[in-house]
Design a protein around this ligand. Structure first.
Ligand code: DOR
Ligand code: ZN
Length: 343
């Protein structure tokens, strides 16, 4: 197949940042996605409906005129979050879920959650309202090996949470392991997962190919090849519990190429094209539309996009850098080829 026509996709996990940085990256996402669910780990984090409303207005203001792109919002959970705030978020109509970062798990997660137990009144409210909880599923126990943090979180934090709130809709974000694939596959219908293009395309050897490669560092960190294979199977078999979330996470080149480089991979410039590579290699291009454009919207109870996009199999070379506010970022596949392009 050389041309693929699919319903316009949505990105169910995206970091857009703010200000001039946001203005420079938003066109990459708006060029091909109908909607994106925006992560709240700004500085300061979006912890209230009022903050999310103001951010949404800044996003809308930085879109080009007549852009059909729709930003969808999330709130950042803290130990001190009040169930009333959850109620306000749900009633706002523009907030689709609440994001749980274990404190310190990743970029701007310092103010995240230290004690899940303290939040039981919040989870009870969310369960009653069928309001999705989006989880960065990694343990922050310093004794747990960085490659085991997802599997450890599932066993020690997620299993008890689901036992205590069996009806709470949950998205385990950016899954990276066979353990996560198996867990989601076997769990109830309202428990789903997003998968990024980079976790489908690369394993942890990419981090050390000929030297240390900071642009492949993200969290959860890339895993070994057997896990990547499990993710590919999960994404490309038409299972509605797995859907698209790029986790495109821009940082300046300087912040990545440093003695302590930030976690995050920027992929928005080629996101749907990179997913097309994965599905094409699996001879599963007929499954891309469900993964990219249908299952996520269905999970969140939103209508499908009515527009369509076309992809053509035709290689192009990714630029070495893109603008990121006043600075530059280095995109995934910089200087290398991508096999598909949007027509
Ligand atoms: O690699 C990551 N970068 N993982 C996250 O969870 C956060 C993100 C960011 O905001 O940079
Ligand atoms: Zn993320």
């Amino acid at each position: 197949m050389q041309i693929l026509r699919i319903r316009k996709p949505d990105d169910w996990h995206l970091h857009l940042r703010d200000g001039a940085e946001m203005a420079s990256v938003i066109p990459h996402t708006a060029r091909c996605f109908g909607r994106a669910l925006l992560m709240p780990n700004l500085q300061p984090p979006l912890t209230t409906t009022a903050q999310a409303r103001a951010y949404r207005n800044r996003v809308l203001a930085s879109l080009s005129e007549n852009s059909p792109f729709q930003p969808l919002m999330t709130l950042y959970l803290r130990d001190t979050t009040d169930p009333q705030e959850i109620q306000r978020a749900k009633e706002s109509g523009f907030i689709q879920g609440i994001k749980l970062y274990p404190a310190g798990a990743t970029t701007n997660a310092e103010q995240g959650v230290r004690d899940l137990r303290q939040l039981y009144p919040v989870f009870a409210r969310m369960e009653r309202e069928s309001f999705p909880l989006l989880i960065h599923g990694e343990s922050t126990d310093p004794d747990v090996d960085v490659f085991d943090r997802e599997a450890y979180f599932i066993e020690n934090d997620l299993v008890p949470l689901i036992r205590d709130f069996p009806e709470l809709p949950i998205v385990l974000e950016h899954i990276t392991t066979k353990e996560a694939v198996d867990f989601i596959t076997e769990s109830a219908e309202h428990i789903a997962a997003t998968i990024t293009p980079h976790h489908l395309l690369y394993n942890r050897s990419a981090l050390f190919a000929g030297g240390i490669r900071p642009h492949y560092f993200c969290l959860p960190v890339l895993k070994r090849e057997s896990h990547r294979q499990a993710l590919i199977q999960a994404a490309t078999r038409g299972n509605p519990k797995f859907f698209l979330g790029t986790d495109s996470a821009p940082h300046t080149r300087e912040a990545k190429e440093s003695a302590c480089g930030c976690a995050g991979i920027f992929n928005a410039h080629a996101a749907i094209e990179l997913y097309a590579e994965v599905f094409s290699d699996e001879h599963a291009l007929d499954k891309l539309e469900g993964f990219a454009s249908v299952y996520g919207a269905q999970f969140y109870g939103l209508p499908l996009n009515e527009e369509f996009i076309q992809l053509r199999r035709e290689p192009w070379i990714v630029p070495e850098t893109y603008a990121f506010g006043a600075r530059q970022l280095r995109p995934l596949r910089a200087g290398e080829s991508v096999a598909w392009r949007i027509v």
